[in-house]
Design a protein around this ligand. Structure first.
Ligand code: GDP
Length: 478
């Protein structure tokens, strides 16, 4: 672990000048801001008669595991619900309709903003949190990173279309995550709606509704007409009660990043689902490979909150850098601790990515594809919002065939950095920027190292080009 002379002095609680003097005596000329390696630091520490405590990276990580809660501290918390289903079956409509009932209720006075999740309050005062990122990509990417955020899956199946491939996929995802499913048979207003066929088709996937002797909860709704949405909400509440969901609100917070982006004038902003403890303005946190201090907490109505309790999704302002969806979020006791952990994690991520590197330029890559040699197209994706990055990753994965696969070295939110270029160079990858530009260092490095950076502001233009590259057809940009 490298640190500066000043930081070392801080940790030993001595004056920086004294450390510089001591080092001078040892024959090392250094300034306060100079970085020194661990071995030098060790000598200096001994010189001052302090005990050496080299902290291993695992120790650093372990120190920020959220506190263990005892049963007595646990209090009921709202359920967190993800809406899944086949494309066009009505996921977005269901989410919009449920959100609208909340707006009509007028509790927060008006327009809601998309922050990746929102909370509604039922007539009986129960709260439910909905993750507002329909589609499976977000769900699977979070799960693949070990984040468990969903308690209940609402599976939307259109009554006029019945069970489709993504319906089955969603069933598998939900089962793998151990999340109970509530079936919402949607579009029952349509003349060709056939809810009993849906129930019949679900049998093949071991989903047996009550009227067929099973226990599967099912609600027939029309998101468009607003039919039976209250029963859907009631059913969710019922399922949640069965699960007896609890968390300890009386400690420092931890949670998971639902989505993140860089915003003009606001900096790096992330929507965090608080899963334990209470998050407060002023709290210092580690989140993924970055950290920050909570400058403001904003809810889905744009209202500022002083604190956020378990199951509350909230926009967190005050990040140093944008994290990624699925990253953890843990409040820690000091800025130095936060910085230390974030640095360890960033370094580990970089090493991991570098170890996946290969070699070659776009031109070599393309000719290899043309000659049928290349099996993989390494790419690096940077975008302005998590949603677009995920959409691009999803379609890159989808267009992979047995012959040619897209290998995504890194996909993230933010501008294109020198690190991105270095990584792309080591793997012979092309960088795709979606509403993302390189900074000066990155631009210079790309020019020097011959790394291709392509810019887009329309997703399908990007995916079309990617497809062309993968078929070996696209010429490199001059
Ligand atoms: P998603 O792809 O699953 O998010 O589906 P959308 O919510 O975008 O809905 C797809 C289409 O179905 C849209 O044109 C909706 O207006 C329509 N739709 C959604 N729910 C209903 C419904 O209950 N009844 C009818 N008739 N149309 C619906």
């Amino acid at each position: 672990e490298a640190l500066t002379v000043g930081e070392l002095a801080n940790r030993m609680a001595v004056r920086g000048g004294d450390v510089v003097k001591a080092m001078m005596k040892m024959g090392v000329m250094a300034t306060i801001n100079q970085t020194i390696d661990a071995d030098t630091a060790e000598l200096v520490i001994e010189e001052f008669g302090h005990r050496i405590k080299r902290v291993s990276e695992t120790d650093v990580e372990d120190a920020i595991v959220p506190p263990q809660d005892v049963d007595a501290d646990l209090k009921p918390r709202p359920a967190v619900v993800t809406v899944m289903g086949h494309v066009d079956h009505g996921k977005t409509s269901v989410l919009d309709a449920l959100r609208k009932t909340e707006v009509v209720r007028g509790e927060a006075g008006g327009i809601t903003q998309h922050i990746g999740a929102y909370q509604v309050t039922t007539d009986n005062g129960q709260k439910i949190t909905f993750l507002d990122t329909p589609g499976h990509a977000a769900f699977t990417s979070m799960r693949s990173r070990g984040a468990k955020v969903t308690d209940i899956v609402v599976l939307v199946v259109a009554a006029d279309d019945s069970v489709m491939p993504q319906t089955v996929e969603a069933i598998h995802h939900a089962q793998a995550a151990g999340a109970p499913i509530i079936i919402a048979v949607n579009k029952i207003d349509k003349p060709d709606a056939d809810p009993s066929r849906v129930k019949q088709d679900l049998l093949q996937h071991n989903i047996v509704v009550e009227e067929m002797g099973g226990e599967q909860l099912v609600v027939e709704i029309s998101a468009l007409k607003g039919t039976n949405l209250d029963s859907l909400v009631e059913t969710i509440v019922l399922q949640a009660e069965l699960m007896d969901l609890k968390a300890n609100p009386d400690r420092t917070a931890n949670g998971t990043v639902i989505e993140a982006q860089l915003e003009q004038g606001r900096g790096a902003v992330a929507t965090v689902l608080v899963q334990g403890g209470t998050l407060k303005v002023g709290d210092i946190f580690v989140s993924g490979a970055t950290w920050g201090r909570v400058r403001a907490l904003v809810d889905e109505h744009g209202a500022r909150l002083d604190a956020a309790e378990p199951s509350r999704p909230v926009e967190v302002l005050g990040y140093q850098d944008a994290p990624s969806a699925g990253d953890d979020f843990i409040v820690v006791d000091s800025e130095s601790r936060a910085r230390e952990v974030a640095e360890v994690r960033a370094r580990r991520m970089k090493n991991h990515l570098a170890s996946q590197g290969g070699r070659g330029t776009l031109e070599q890559m393309l000719s290899a594809i043309k000659e049928g040699q290349a099996a993989e197209v390494p790419i690096l994706i940077k975008g302005d919002v998590q949603g677009s990055v995920e959409a691009i990753v999803a379609s890159a994965e989808k267009m992979s065939t047995d012959e040619v696969k897209a290998r995504i070295l890194h996909a993230g939110v933010g501008g294109i950095t020198e690190t991105d270029v270095t990584l792309a160079k080591s793997a012979g990858a092309v960088i795709f920027g979606f509403n993302a530009r390189p900074n000066k260092q990155a631009r210079e490095a790309a020019e020097r190292d011959g790394v291709d950076i392509r810019y887009y502001n329309v997703i399908y233009e990007l995916t079309d080009d990617l497809k062309a590259i993968m078929s070996g057809l696209l010429e490199p940009e001059a």
